[in-house]
Design a protein. Sequence first.
Length: 254
Amino acid sequence: MLSLIPQESKSLTGHEYVAVVGAGCHNWQMAILPIRVFPDPILRRKARPIKRVDDAVRRLAADMVETLQNAHGVGLAGPQVGELKRIITIQVPEQDAFTMINPEVTNREGSRQVMEGCLSVPGYSGLVTRSVHINARALDENGGRFKLTAEELLAQAIEHEVDHLNGIMFLDHLIAHEELRKVGASPDEPHWHDVGYTVYAQHAPTLPHDLQMVEVMNTVARLSSMNAESSLSEAEYDLSDGPQEPAVHSHGDN
């Protein structure tokens, strides 16, 4: 699922599409499906083409739309709800939701860097490269073929969801690992990781035949808890706080 990043909500411009979820002739009680979360292995598997668009597929589409709207997302793909079927649902702001069955992106033009999130990776967003303009084709809920053109946010959503059908996640498109950050974090906030240290302290023997003592001290500098307002003193660490594992080595008679 592509989750909407606030600064991208205004990027929707000229697009055309057909196919709307809900044929109106079925009175199904739609369900909210559980969304699979990374590293669930199904998110890395390739979905299978849908050979026949029947009531089971239409019901799945309706449930996916209900799930998408409940999660306040922009797109949802079959594998994200545990279905290895090539089906996606899309709903961009101020537009109706629609379904694409066996979708294919047939052409891409331009590129842009955008912040992107995914409800299968809750709480995180990252900088990725997406097309400015795409052409795509798919089947609708009645099995009819249709084509569409899309730009910016709509193009981004379709690319993101088609990626899911191929076992690809937005994490694979990150421009750099450091660009993955918690949602709501300031763009200029440091992205640090905890750092582990092992320090060997060698104690000189007092007498010529004394054993040589070596202390092994382990500790962790909790840098991941720091943010833009942290002081340098918060990066300090005390080796005495870490577990000590003394090692004994004999001192030669040289």
